[in-house]
Design a protein around this ligand. Structure first.
Ligand SMILES: Nc1ncnc2c1ncn2[C@@H]1O[C@H](COP(=O)(O)OP(=O)(O)O)[C@@H](O)[C@H]1O
Ligand SMILES: [Mg+2]
Length: 435
C-alpha cells in the first residue's frame, strides 16, 4: 500500500477553511461582546457627526476579544464614514519605542512609496513636525490604536505616551483620537494624572468569558469550518471548560479546538471527541515548553540541562550548589567557559520566571535561607529539546556526578518528617563550609 494513502482521503470532517479558527482571522460577529462593541461604537460614532470622539481605553485579560473586536469595529467605521477614517493599528510589543511608533504613524499617512520615511536616521523633532503637517493636510479623521500599550510604558516610561498624545493634540484640526488596549490596566497608576485622564476618557472593560460563553463562541466559530455533528457536544464543552479555567481565554479554547481537529485529520478519525481535546491540550503544553527552551540563550540551556540531569540522578529537591557543580561538569565536558555561581543563580531565577523550574525558599535557622529547586515537567522531553541545540549535541553526561550531600536530602525525606528541618540545616552547613 502506498504510504500516503492513509493521509490522502478527502476529509470527512472539514467543510471550510481551518484557518478561520486561527487568532488572526476576524469573524463577522462576536457573541457575548454585544454590550462592549456597542459602547465602542457609540463613542466612535461622533466621527460620523464630524466631532472628535473621546479617547478609549479597552482593558481585560488575554483572549477576551479586545484586539479582534477593535479590528472589527474600526473596519466597520471606515466603511460607514463618507470622508474616510484613517485607522492606524500599532502593536506596542512589536513597535516598542515612541520613535518607531511615530515613524509607523507617519508612514500610514504616506500617499505614495516615495513619501515613506526610513526606519532610522530622522531626528525625533523632524518626525514630529512631519507627522503634524501630514495629519493637518488630511481631511478625514485619524484613529490611532495602540495595542498592548502597557508594554510601551513598561519599556519607555510614561513620557512616551505623553509624546504621542501631544501629537494628537498639536494637530490643529483636532481630528485624531486614540484607542489604547491593554491586559494590564495597572499601568495607568504609574502615569501622570494629565496623561492618565487623557488616556481613558472612556474605558471599556472586557470581562472574562465563562464556560457557557465559550461554548457559544466555539460553536459559532466552528460553523462553516467543520461538517455538522463531527465535533461532539461533549468535546465543545470540554474545550470551553479548559478555556474558562484559564481566565476565560477564547484564544486558548479556539487553539485547542483547532489542534484537536488537526489531530483528527492526521489520524484519519471521523469525529472530534474528548480524547482529541485532551491530546490537543498535551500537545499545546508541550509546544509551549519546546518553544520556551528553544529560545533560551546557550548558557541558560546548559543550566537547564544541569538541572535536568541532576534531578534525573536523584529525586525532587535540589539545592543551587548541586546544580552549579553539575553545570561546571557539563561545561568541562563540552569545553565551555563556566559562568560564576552568582550568574548561574540569576539564570536559575530567570528559568523560574519562565515556569521551567520551580523554587521554594526554606529558612534554615541560623544558616539563613536556602533555595530548593525542581524541574517542572517531563525530564526526558526537556533533555531532548535542550540537546536539539547543536552546541550541546555532543553531551554524554560523562562528568555529571551525584553528590553525597544530595543523598542526605533523599534520606531525610524517607525519614520521619520531624527530622527534615535538621537534615536540611546540615546540608546548608556543608554548603557554607565548602564556600
Ligand atoms: N466573542 C467572540 N466571538 C468569537 N470569537 C472570539 C470572541 N472573543 C474572542 N474571540 C476570538 O478569540 C481569539 C482571541 O481574541 P483576541 O481579540 O486576540 O483577544 P485579546 O486581544 O483580548 O487577547 C481571536 O481568535 C478572536 O477572534
Ligand atoms: Mg490582543
Amino acid at each position: 500500500m502506498n504510504l500516503f494513502t492513509k493521509y490522502s482521503r478527502i476529509s470527512n470532517i472539514l467543510e471550510g477553511d481551518l484557518e478561520h479558527l486561527s487568532g488572526s482571522y476576524v469573524p463577522d460577529s462576536f457573541p457575548h461582546r454585544e454590550t462592549e462593541i456597542d459602547h465602542i461604537v457609540r463613542v466612535l460614532s461622533s466621527i460620523l457627526r464630524h466631532t472628535r470622539p473621546s479617547n478609549i481605553l479597552i482593558y481585560g485579560k488575554t483572549g477576551t476579544g479586545k484586539t479582534s473586536t477593535t479590528h472589527y469595529v474600526t473596519k466597520m467605521l471606515s466603511e460607514a464614514s463618507s470622508d474616510g477614517v484613517k485607522v492606524c493599528y500599532v502593536n506596542c510589543q512589536v513597535y516598542d519605542s515612541p520613535y518607531s511608533i511615530l515613524i509607523t504613524i507617519v508612514n500610514t499617512l504616506s500617499e505614495s512609496e516615495s513619501d515613506m520615511i526610513p526606519p532610522l536616521g530622522w531626528p525625533l523633532d523632524r518626525i514630529y513636525s512631519e507627522l503634524i503637517s501630514r495629519i493637518n493636510r488630511r481631511k478625514g479623521f485619524y484613529l490611532l490604536v495602540l495595542d498592548e500599550v502597557d508594554k510601551l510604558i513598561e519599556k519607555n516610561g510614561g513620557d512616551s505616551l505623553y509624546v504621542i498624545l501631544k501629537v494628537l493634540d498639536d494637530s490643529t484640526v483636532s481630528r485624531t483620537s486614540l484607542i489604547g488596549i491593554t491586559n494590564d490596566a495597572g499601568f495607568l497608576d504609574g502615569l501622570e494624572p494629565r496623561v492618565r485622564s487623557r488616556m481613558n476618557q472612556e474605558s471599556v472593560l472586557f470581562t472574562p468569558y465563562n464556560a457557557s460563553d465559550l461554548r457559544d463562541i466555539i460553536s459559532f466559530r466552528l460553523n462553516g469550518v467543520v461538517k455538522k455533528n463531527t465535533v461532539t457536544e461533549s468535546a465543545v464543552n470540554l474545550c470551553a471548560a479548559i478555556g474558562a479555567q484559564e481566565h476565560g481565554d477564547a484564544r486558548k479554547a479556539l487553539d485547542l479546538m483547532r489542534i484537536a481537529i488537526e489531530i483528527a485529520l492526521r489520524e484519519g478519525r471521523e469525529q472530534i471527541t474528548d480524547e482529541e481535546i485532551y491530546q490537543a491540550r498535551d500537545k499545546f503544553e508541550m509546544d509551549v515548553v519546546k518553544e520556551a527552551i528553544k529560545t533560551l540563550p546557550l548558557q541558560s540551556k546548559i543550566v537547564m540541562l544541569s538541572s535536568v540531569v541532576t534531578q534525573e540522578l536523584n529525586s525532587k529537591l535540589m539545592v543551587t550548589g548541586e546544580i552549579f557543580a553539575n553545570y561546571r561538569n557539563i561545561c568541562a565536558e563540552l569545553g565551555f567557559m563556566p559562568l560564576t555561581s552568582r550568574r548561574v543563580s540569576d539564570i536559575l531565577s530567570e528559568l523560574e520566571d519562565f515556569g521551567l523550574l520551580s523554587a521554594t525558599t526554606k529558612s534554615m535557622g541560623r544558616y539563613g535561607r536556602t533555595r530548593f529547586i525542581s524541574v517542572m515537567g517531563q525530564l526526558d522531553l526537556f533533555k531532548k529539546y535542550i540537546l536539539e541545540d547543536e552546541n550541546l549535541s555532543m553531551f554524554r553526561g560523562s562528568k555529571v556526578t551525584r553528590q553525597s550531600r544530595f543523598e542526605n536530602v533523599v534520606d531525610s525525606r524517607k525519614q520521619e518528617n520531624g527530622n527534615l528541618e535538621k537534615r536540611l540545616s546540615e546540608i546548608a552547613d556543608s554548603e557554607i563550609q565548602k564556600d
